[in-house]
Design a protein around this ligand. Sequence first.
Ligand code: ZN
Ligand code: ZN
Length: 615
Amino acid sequence: MTDIERLRHSTAHVLATAILKIWPDAQFAAGPPVENGFYYDVELEHRISPDDFEKIEAEMKKEVKANHPFERVNLSRSDALSMAERGALGALGERPAPSKFKLDIIQNIPDGEEISIYRNGEFTDLCAGPHVMRTGNIGAFKLTHVASAYYKGDEKNPQLQRIYGTAFKNKTQMDEYFAMLEEAKKRDHRKLGKELEIFVIDDDVGPGLPLWLPRGGAIIEELEKLAKETEFAAGYQRVRSPHIAREVLYRKSGHLPYYAESMFPPMELHETGDRKPETGSDTAQSAIRDPQSAVSRYYLKAMNCPHHHKLFAAVPHSYRDLPLRFAEYGTCYRYEQSGELFGLMRVRSMQMNDAHLYMTPDQFETEFNAVNEMYLNYFKLFGIDKYLMRFSTHDPAKLGQKFVNEPELWKQTEEMTRNVLKRSGINYVEVPNEAAFYGPKIDVQVWSVIGREFTIATNQVDFAQPRSFDLVYKDRDNTEKTPLCIHRAPLGTHERFIGFLIEHYAGNFPLWLAPEQVRVLPIGDEPKLLDYSRAILKELRAHQVRAEIDESTDKINGKIQRAEQMKVHTMLVIGNRDLEASAISVRVHGKGNLGAKPRNEVIANLLKSIKERES
Ligand SMILES: [Zn+2]
Ligand SMILES: [Zn+2]
């Protein structure tokens, strides 16, 4: 138990104390710490509602103020059982009814295990601990909500009330936590995504299949432009592949059967005529074939790798061609359980900033470093200060099940990756048993400004797939060798990355990324003024700036308000004085009025900011 968990669990005891002072016949079950707080399950005739919180918290405050010590006493099983029978566990003293849940818990404690109780003031509870020293150590606490839960999670058992709360070392920390929650609610990408018309999820299209509105499409285009420029400069080549493929491809790649649970079920197709027999497919599982019509199975692609491997194999390669870097914003489909779906963060269709790099072993370090550099440059561009690289390795006990059965190759590639990480001085943690099935991987976790954690990018080493696809290059000595492969996706998927960016920027995208970069707002509707405004719009669009004009008859304040609401980055307010001086009055979302400047200067500044992707 961490220090904060110990504090929060101790607060659960104080909560139970307070509830008993108000409702003496309350029966308590379990009260563990949970993420961000604690709960206690209680059986009670009175339905506790948030209206009761003030009263309960007042009792809790008394307990904290009294600064009772938490005292531990070890008991024999028979003493513990007798206390429970006398109703004295999870209680302020003996009661007519037994402490039935505590009784059950004791009966389930294995023989030989220590049984202990904890006391704070009048309250005694069955508990293994640990706790803080005294109730006065609880600096700040708050009850948050009530839910219902079956005892031991089994619906055959009685239904209990689960009272949730949280506690902190001091009030400042608690205030910060609740302020962060408020901010997180405001920034929630599902809420902003709707308000700012970025994406929708439509039930007829299907759960987990986001549709991108034009404003979302604009962000996607910008991210792809960024990726394409960056990758082009780094020597990547762009390829394209279809969204579906035959079963045999995924058998070769090992996605079937290793990854089958995350794939959509196959489509069955009756193919006739010139179709070649499917080598390597699982014929036993395929449907019955007749000579005229054979059934093939096609799968939606869950990953782009198998397609890229086929592209590598399509042309013979010598060591001189390597490294070869294939990039594609490939759309993949994964079957996530419907309970797991969450806005843009957990989806079933995703557009991935994917690439596969094929290299000789001695090129590995340079390539791997270059990929890591690319990650770091992106983080700088987006102002992501907090990130962690998680280096996931295999578990030798699970070779052949969770991990490809190549013990030597696992050792070698993990060692190589570890060395590169150490030498480059990047902050990383090593996590066993979480590698991809074909090799060690690095997940990059980032934290948004509101402290939410996202895994947005992965960088994986692969020694298995190039082998199963018989990928080879001709080495210096004229022998055929298998290349190493790196899978990488620094910008993750559009879905998750844009979800992250919405929350990171609170919808206030920098100019280069803003869905609507500029809105021209004429003051009034005089023809000369409108002509001038339209000419500005035309000039901006000619430079590929995402600009709109508001020619409605509304007052200028109404026009500004509407633009601010949609978080349009720059508003160009055009009045007669601007017209006469060939000027533009500039207003920036979140910054207010910046005053009038010559038209050429304003446009040049906008173009420069976009080109340089200023934050
Ligand atoms: Zn306890
Ligand atoms: Zn891949």
